[in-house]
Design a protein around this ligand. Structure first.
Ligand SMILES: [Zn+2]
Length: 461
């Protein structure tokens, strides 16, 4: 028997914001009421007053081991600081990607004891003859499958051939599990970078010029065609341009079950930040022109983008310095698990572009739906008591030193002041973080299995 807890605040339910009391027992939401429940001597009461109680945020796109010095523990603290109660870790780990059931199980075994929030895991497949790994990975609990049309690394982050993508989507269709893609046109990028390098054009903006929007749209169009002809679901990660969203939407209208995410950085940074800051603002896809950013906002507000993620990759200043003279030599990516929700709240809700309900859909509900995390993603009776408490009156300023990363990561958002701050984070009925303090042991966080766990075991393989 755990103690009963009551929270009061501006509760963001799937339909509206209501001043309400939430009852929490045994890690679950057992009451939602606009009148104050009777408090007995053992009930703990948390009065959040005018603060929002959002469903715990879910970051569907995190890389704990791209920089292997980082790991789960530090990332889980950053998650809690940013109100993220569940994150889904990408499979492109160093030194070896998570592309077999054995590697998946080894990674899963590391979770317990190293996290204060809940974690689900992506699987991926090897470049050669990889489709056969899918049933084992599903049985082991993979939440979804990540693949790439761009070759970041031949073993760790390979380009999967068109025919293997076709076979993988055919196989996944029967499982209901979502395949997701890093979608960039490999041939065009490789050729463009070779031309630029040859010409000595290695200035920061060259990173964007060698990855124009057409490399994203051509890759996405092909994937949408494969999803259409196989009947599979499809998810496109880190969409960077409104033209891509419109293309995806055209396939949705044909009945293709395709969704997409963008990342917070594509909503608040543009090409001028890459020009000014160089490697610090280098990521894939690259930052784009201000009118592209404005177009993404239009689609986000119109509900054409399903959710927002961080694509968290914490590189230190010393890593990024490798690209000082040649932008192509800098590692790509930026930290974000603790920033994604506060940045979207500031730019979206505080600036009046998104309602709190839209914000909670983009940061929690739609993510849980896409991964089939049936216990998470919204404040409803019977769901996990995962909450992000956000004070709309509080402000904070982003700094490199203030980031909760083990690797001393740097961010192109350093110096920005945000309206709205996460003051407490609850995971399954326990406060894991409050008032700038970590309150839970690293043994608290749990593995969240993919919904194919049972189906995968009985699947024909
Ligand atoms: Zn990523």
């Amino acid at each position: 028997m755990t103690q009963k807890k009551i929270l009061y605040g501006q509760v963001v339910t799937p339909l509206r914001v209501t001043a309400a009391y939430l009852t929490v027992e045994n890690g679950k939401i057992t009451g939602i009421s606009t009148t104050k429940p009777i408090l007995d001597a053992t009930t703990e009461f948390f009065d959040y007053g005018a603060q929002y109680i959002f469903p715990g945020f879910i970051d569907g796109h995190v890389h704990c081991f791209s920089n292997p010095d980082e790991g789960f523990a530090a990332t889980s603290v950053g998650a809690a600081v940013g109100g993220v109660t569940t994150f889904v870790d990408m499979p492109y780990d160093r030194p070896k990607p998570i592309n077999t059931a054995a590697r998946f199980n080894a990674k899963k075994a590391q979770i317990k004891g190293q996290t204060i929030v809940d974690i689900a895991l992506w699987g991926t497949i090897p470049k050669q003859d990889g489709v056969k790994e899918i049933p084992g990975l599903i049985a082991a609990g993979a939440a979804a499958f990540k693949m790439s049309t761009f070759e970041t690394d031949p073993e760790r982050f390979p380009k999967i051939s068109d025919v293997d993508i076709y076979d993988a989507l055919t196989k996944l269709r029967k499982t209901g599990i979502v395949p997701a893609f890093h979608s960039e046109n490999n041939e065009m990028i490789v050729d463009l970078i070779a031309r630029y390098q040859q010409a000595g054009a290695t200035y920061p903006r060259a990173h964007m010029e060698t990855r124009p929007i057409i490399v994203e749209t051509t890759a996405v169009q092909e994937l949408c065609e494969i999803a259409k002809w196989t009947g599979s679901k499809l998810h496109i990660v880190h969409v960077s341009a409104p033209e891509t969203v419109d293309l995806i939407d055209a396939y949705r209208q044909q009945g293709v079950a395709v969704t997409c995410e963008t990342c917070y950085q594509y909503l608040v940074l543009d090409i001028h930040d890459l020009e000014k800051m160089g490697p610090r603002a280098k990521m894939n896809p690259p930052l784009r022109e201000p009118e592209t950013v404005a177009g993404l906002w239009q689609r986000l507000i119109a509900g054409k983008i399903d959710y927002v993620t961080s694509d968290h990759v914490p590189w230190a200043a010393s890593d990024k310095a490798k690209g000082q003279a040649n932008i192509f030599e800098a590692p790509s990516g930026l930290p974000g698990i603790e920033l994604v929700a506060p940045v979207l709240y500031d730019a979206g809700v505080a600036q009046g572009r998104l309602s709190p309900v839209q914000f909670s859909q983009l940061m929690a509900t739609h993510v849980a739906q896409r991964f089939n995390f049936s216990q998470k993603g919204s404040i409803e009776l019977g769901k996990d008591a995962d909450f992000a408490i956000l004070d709309p009156q509080a402000q904070f300023t982003i700094t490199d030193a203030g980031l909760h990363t083990k690797t001393n990561a740097i961010t192109p958002l350093a110096g920005r002041t945000l309206q709205g701050k996460v003051t407490a984070t609850w995971v399954r009925g326990q406060r894991v973080y409050a008032d700038d303090q970590v309150l839970a042991p690293f043994t608290y966080g749990d593995f969240v299995p993919g919904q194919g766990l049972k189906a995968g075991a009985s699947n024909e393989g």
